[in-house]
Design a protein around this ligand. Structure first.
Ligand code: TXA
Ligand code: MG
Length: 527
């Protein structure tokens, strides 16, 4: 007997659904909730659910092991869900059913995620077409829940998403927020097939000399065939990027290096073994065949192998290395989602591969291997310390400079990665707590109450999570019509060095923060 003959609904009436985790996905994860007053909706939950509810039946599927542990009662959980349901109904959002697993993992129940018990139950009871459905959550087990049933999982960086990100396999898509995920779903009703088509179409565009925006694990790139000078010229024009600033060439297979570099130092082999594919760009002496426009006339070329399955497939199918800067207007923040890049570069890309959010969120570490002594030109997620463990002591030469011109690495320009709203690095955030017109980038939770909008980059104070969220948060604050954005520098350790570098560059032109009391923001936060 087939699955369909069990169903209470005829196949052609089946509807697609979105299954949503509760804590960390719809509401902030603040531990075990016992009272409805503890509910804190994320600012975009309502908008996201409204966007989804036009085309999808909505379900909440939540693991609440606190019930079995005796930390909360089923009635308390039910009253919280009732309150949330009521709140959502008032906004015209209907949750068809709230599914709760009350067990702990060692109880071996059938209903704990990632077991797909409730998804099958929903399909049976409510006539759901699981093959067109999605599941969204902030824990890896959320996105695995529908795997065996063809339900596509989307992972959120909200809630515990940042903390558990290292456990999530590289081929799973991640999103900064529920709203970003909802928009992605609306554009990808047949996700697996559409992703495949979009990568294939994008590589066809490259072969015809077009430019493509594509995701990498660091930030989105705007790419063209490295050997097609007209296509590469189009990148410079679209980005308004000065021709003195050379591009990074992206490869998918180590064999592609031979077409770009004239010699491979021993240090390169060790670094490649350790860090490729990954967020490390290496600078080599170039082959004559690499066009001057790519390297800005330098005799060297920057190469990296991105660790992102969609980037890897796109480059491989393009059958050529891809020259690509970050997909932002020159000087602005690098995009860490396709939405973010469309804000800046709409209409200039011949194709866009929308792979959700970038997991690292900061541009790659750039290391020059063209002299006897390797030199760090741009700090990134792969730290100086990690590199030194492989090849010994480094020289650091990413010295800030105000002068634009033919620098060895124009990424050393002091002014870069900026928001339109002036950004200030301040010693004391408290001075600005009464300023509704000042947005705050916070790296750890603070006791201070700010009147202006606050972007908390990591609820647990984790710097890797902060890096992932940094540009998205800067972009969000930038859209609010504020008079200023403020942040406090981090300790110069680990990825904090790269974050400080980007903040310093973003704030370079702004000088001292304004002290006068300025006007109200032109737009309310999160409106
Ligand atoms: O993570 C990344 O590196 C991203 C993604 C898309 O791969 N790309 C990126 O590209 O950040 P872009 O163009 O924004 O930054 C490239 C940096 C610039 O600082 C540039 O000056 C430096 O690499 N660079 C490129 N070629 C160089 C060369 N031959 N010598 C020295 N620096 C070079
Ligand atoms: Mg959760």
């Amino acid at each position: 007997m087939t699955m369909s003959s069990f169903l209470a609904f005829p196949m052609d009436n089946l509807k697609p659904a979105v299954f949503l985790d509760r804590d960390g996905t719809l509401i902030e994860d603040v531990g075990i909730l016992t009272h409805p007053e503890q509910i804190r909706l994320f600012p975009d939950t309502i908008d996201a659910l409204q966007a989804l509810s036009g085309n999808y039946v909505l379900f909440v599927v939540s693991n609440q092991p606190g019930i079995s542990k005796g930390l909360v009662t089923s009635q308390q959980v039910a009253s919280i869900n009732f309150e949330l349901d009521d709140l959502l109904r008032k906004k015209n959002v209907r949750i068809r059913k709230w599914y709760i697993c009350p067990h702990q993992r060692n109880e071996n129940c059938r209903c704990i995620k990632p077991n797909p018990f409730f998804l099958q139950e929903a399909a049976y009871r409510y006539g759901i077409d699981l093959s067109r459905s999605f599941i969204i959550g902030d824990h890896p087990h959320d996105v695995y829940t529908g795997d065996t049933l063809g339900v596509f999982g989307l992972y959120l960086l909200t809630g515990h998403g940042g903390r558990h990100l290292p456990e999530l396999p590289a081929d799973r898509l991640v999103f900064h927020s529920l709203l970003e995920a909802a928009h992605w779903i609306s554009k990808h009703p047949q996700p697996a097939q559409q992703l495949d088509t979009s990568v294939r179409d994008a590589s066809a565009v490259i072969k015809k000399g077009g430019v493509v925006a594509f995701p990498t694990e660091t930030v989105y790139g705007l790419g063209a065939d490295v050997f097609n000078t007209r296509a590469v010229a189009k990148i410079f024009k679209s980005k308004r990027r000065p021709l003195y600033n050379p591009l990074i060439v992206h490869i998918a297979e180590i064999e592609q290096l031979a077409s770009l570099v004239s010699d491979l130092p021993d240090t390169a082999c060790s670094l490649i073994n350790c860090f490729w594919p990954g967020p490390l760009t290496l600078i080599f002496h170039k082959r004559q065949t690499v066009p001057d426009i790519v390297t800005a006339g330098l005799s060297t070329v920057a190469v990296r192998m991105p660790a992102h399955p969609l980037a890897e497939k796109f480059i491989r199918l393009s059958e050529t290395p891809i020259a690509a800067p970050s997909a932002n207007v020159f000087g602005r923040t690098s995009p860490t989602s396709a939405t973010h890049l469309m804000d800046q570069l709409q209409n200039v890309c011949d194709a866009v591969i929308d792979g959700g959010a970038c997991r690292i969120g900061l541009e790659s570490t750039v290391l020059s291997l063209t002299d006897a002594k390797p030199r760090l030109l741009r700090p990134g997620a792969i730290t100086q310390n990690e590199i030194e463990q492989v090849i010994g002591r480094l020289m650091f030469s990413a010295v800030p400079s105000a002068k634009p011109g033919p620098l060895e690495s124009p990424g050393m320009l002091s002014y870069h990665y900026a928001t339109k709203t002036p950004l200030y690095l301040v010693d004391n955030l408290a001075v600005f707590s009464r300023r509704p017109d000042v947005g705050v980038l916070l790296f750890t939770p603070s006791e201070l109450m700010f009147e202006g909008p606050v972007e908390l980059l990591s609820p647990s104070g984790d710097l890797i999570e902060s890096a992932t969220n940094l540009y998205a948060a800067m972009q969000k604050l930038d859209l609010l019509g504020l008079s200023a954005i403020i942040a406090k520098s981090l300790d110069q350790t680990g990825i904090g060095i790269a974050i400080n570098d980007r903040l310093r560059k973003a704030s370079f032109k702004t000088g001292q923060p304004p002290t006068e009391h300025a006007k109200k923001p032109t737009r309310s936060p999160y409106s």
